[in-house]
Design a binder for this molecule. Structure first.
Ligand code: NAP
Length: 249
């Protein structure tokens, strides 16, 4: 029986661990060939091997999304190895938390450069072939913090709120070309990023989550694979909160 993502070529940025790793695996389980990218090739190579064990093609790619030239170069490398990207998942992201009064310009710039400019660079480069093909899926991983804000995360919240605006604007530009553009705003998901929070912070966080647990990477990956699938053909320009109920609009 054919799988929903058979014939698709997905690129997942920040696929070496955490949410990006699980997204890459889920897309492969659903039939896609998957390019796994991160700043260190050594860290994505094992992920590519896992995908190949599922009988799918994969490519481990060293790619810093904050570097436009590298993004442009990666499109050529991927094209030669697996074909044109039909599903782009902008997942790479970082935090550099600090209260505003103590936040250095470098902390601000680094987070904006990776989380926002990286999303812009990849979207600009990889949407070109999608527009020509009159089909494609762009899925941006933002954050609930982009919607509700958080003390100590001015840079991160600004970057993710900007991704929401980017998502809606690009969705309007590319809708007539058959390309959908959506964002998933995760709540608190158990990864290296949230392990830094400490047990007491995690315990107090649970009180703000109606479903009473932190999320798993798989909670996000399943929504990504839905948005990439034919079942989601009429969804675009949305910010979907996958957060155990933290944000209710
Ligand atoms: P993580 O465990 O820290 O993983 C981040 C990934 O991004 C790694 O693969 C990292 O690999 C890669 N990366 C970082 N900078 C990069 C760059 N410049 N170019 C390419 N890859 C880069 O983070 P996570 O928790 O899985 O988060 C994934 C995404 O979900 C992020 O966008 C994050 O903001 C978002 N999110 C997470 C949570 C959460 O609770 N965990 C909640 C809301 C939103 P290298 O270091 O090897 O490059």
């Amino acid at each position: 029986m054919s799988q929903p993502l058979e014939g698709q070529v997905a690129l997942v940025t920040g696929a070496s661990r955490g949410i990006g790793h699980e997204i890459a695996m889920e897309l492969a389980r659903q039939g896609a060939d998957v390019v796994v990218a991160a700043r260190s090739k050594d860290r994505v190579e094992p992920v590519a091997q896992e995908i190949e064990k599922l009988g799918r093609k994969s490519l481990a790619l060293e790619l810093d999304v904050a570097n436009l030239e590298q993004v442009q170069e990666s499109a050529k490398v991927i094209g030669e190895a697996l074909g044109k990207v039909t599903v782009l998942v902008n997942n790479a992201g970082v935090t550099r938390d600090q209260l505003l009064a103590r936040m250095k310009a470098d902390d601000w710039n680094q987070v904006l450069q990776i989380n926002l400019n990286g999303t812009f660079y990849c979207t600009k480069v990889f949407s070109r072939d999608m527009m020509r093909a009159r089909s494609g899926r762009i899925i941006n991983i933002s954050s609930v913090i982009g919607t509700i804000g958080n003390a100590g995360q001015t840079n991160y919240a600004a970057s993710k709120a900007a991704v929401h605006g980017l998502t809606r604007s690009v969705a309007k530009e590319l809708g007539s070309r058959g390309v959908t553009v959506n964002a998933i705003a995760p709540g608190y998901i158990q990864t290296a990023m949230t392990q830094e929070l400490g047990e007491d912070v995690q315990a107090s966080l649970l009180k703000s989550i109606p479903l009473g647990r932190l999320g798993e990477p798989g909670d996000i990956a399943k929504v990504v694979s839905f948005l990439a699938s034919p079942s989601a053909a009429y969804i675009t320009g949305q910010v979907i909160h996958v957060d155990g109920g933290m944000v209710m609009a």
